[in-house]
Design a protein around this ligand. Structure first.
Ligand SMILES: Nc1ncnc2c1ncn2[C@@H]1O[C@H](COP(=O)(O)OP(=O)(O)O)[C@@H](O)[C@H]1O
Ligand SMILES: CC(=O)N[C@@H](CCC(=O)OP(=O)(O)O)C(=O)O
Length: 286
């Protein structure tokens, strides 16, 4: 068949989905692991730009953990994680803020602007959008790691209403102006719930949740919230996947209808998930 006919057919099939998401907020967590090369980054940005052009209201929450770790190694500091969360001393906090609120955030904004899409980069500090408090891991103090106390959507909503894509770095402060490093997965989940998003999509560097991390064919395509603990106990879900599934569960409890973990390395993974019948990745369900 002529390629243009295939394209037209695909478009016609996509139309009902496009209409279904018209004016709906979709939160995309763009993880550092899926920002590995320029081509891939551009492809993700183009997909989100297309969503915006067809009437969806995307909100981007980004990570950048790999870049923080690279910077720490450059200054001779060994990155340390406990249960997927970075142990954050004073120096690490300073670097995390520089990398996330500065470098990564502004690069994403610049890529949207290159597509002619209006976007504004903020961190949780701007407009006091995220108020944090210290997170203790089973009583253990791991430094300036924050958990979300309050989300104030005033600024984010103003940006959406004025046709901008909000691009949010997971840095926040508390009432005493201490700065906190928050895992971006938590920020995406909490913002999706607070905004009443239609969908929350986690873009990462694996096919989804795998039964065996070394076997990419072992994808678990559907997980019920009450199955998560068993997967964690059985050490199937580990490391960086722990905060992701916990946030998925929390957002579902808070009313987000569709939560997906997708492979950000696959071209058009978001569009395939949103606009076709061929669901990819892992879908979390109540
Ligand atoms: N069961 C699992 N399925 C898939 N990935 C897993 C699983 N358990 C642990 N992981 C790890 O979680 C990682 C994704 O989390 P993370 O590195 O924090 O990504 P991101 O930067 O996108 O937030 C994967 O690269 C993988 O190493
Ligand atoms: C406390 C904590 O772990 N914060 C994360 C924030 C960045 C992040 O979440 O980046 P990814 O989404 O790319 O993993 C960190 O310092 O790596």
């Amino acid at each position: 068949m002529d390629k243009s006919i295939i394209r037209a057919k695909t478009l016609v099939e996509a139309l009902p989905y496009i209409q279904m998401f018209n004016n709906k907020i979709i939160v995309i967590k763009y993880g550092g692991s899926a920002m590995i090369d320029a081509e891939l980054k551009m492809s993700v940005i183009k997909d989100i730009s297309l969503m915006k052009l067809v009437g969806i209201k995307p909100v981007v929450v980004h990570g950048g953990g790999k870049k923080i770790s690279e910077m720490l190694v450059k200054i001779g500091k060994e990155p340390k994680f406990i249960q997927g969360l970075r142990v954050t001393d004073d120096e690490t906090m300073e670097i995390a803020e520089m990398v996330l609120s500065g470098n990564v955030n502004k690069e994403i904004v610049q890529l949207f602007e290159k597509q002619g899409i209006k976007s504004v980069g903020i961190s949780g500090k701007d407009g006091r959008s995220i108020i944090a408090k210290k997170k203790l891991l089973d009583g253990l103090d791991i430094g300036w790691v924050g958990e979300i106390d309050t989300i104030q959507t005033e600024l984010i909503t103003a940006l959406i209403e004025n046709d901008f894509i909000p691009v949010i770095a997971p840095i926040a402060c508390d009432e005493n102006n201490n700065t906190y490093n928050i895992n971006a997965d938590y920020v995406a989940g909490a913002i999706a719930a607070k905004l009443g998003a239609e969908k929350l999509i986690y873009l990462t560097d694996v096919e989804g949740v795998l039964r065996d991390v070394k076997d990419k064919t072992s994808l678990i395509s559907k997980i019920k919230v009450d199955e998560i603990q068993r997967y964690k106990d059985d050490k199937i879900i580990q490391g960086g996947m722990i905060p992701k599934v916990d946030c998925c569960a929390e957002s579902i409890k808070n009313g987000v209808a569709g939560v997906h973990i997708l492979d950000g390395r696959v071209e058009h993974s978001i569009l395939l998930e949103l606009f076709t019948n061929s669901g990819i990745g892992t879908m979390l369900m109540p």
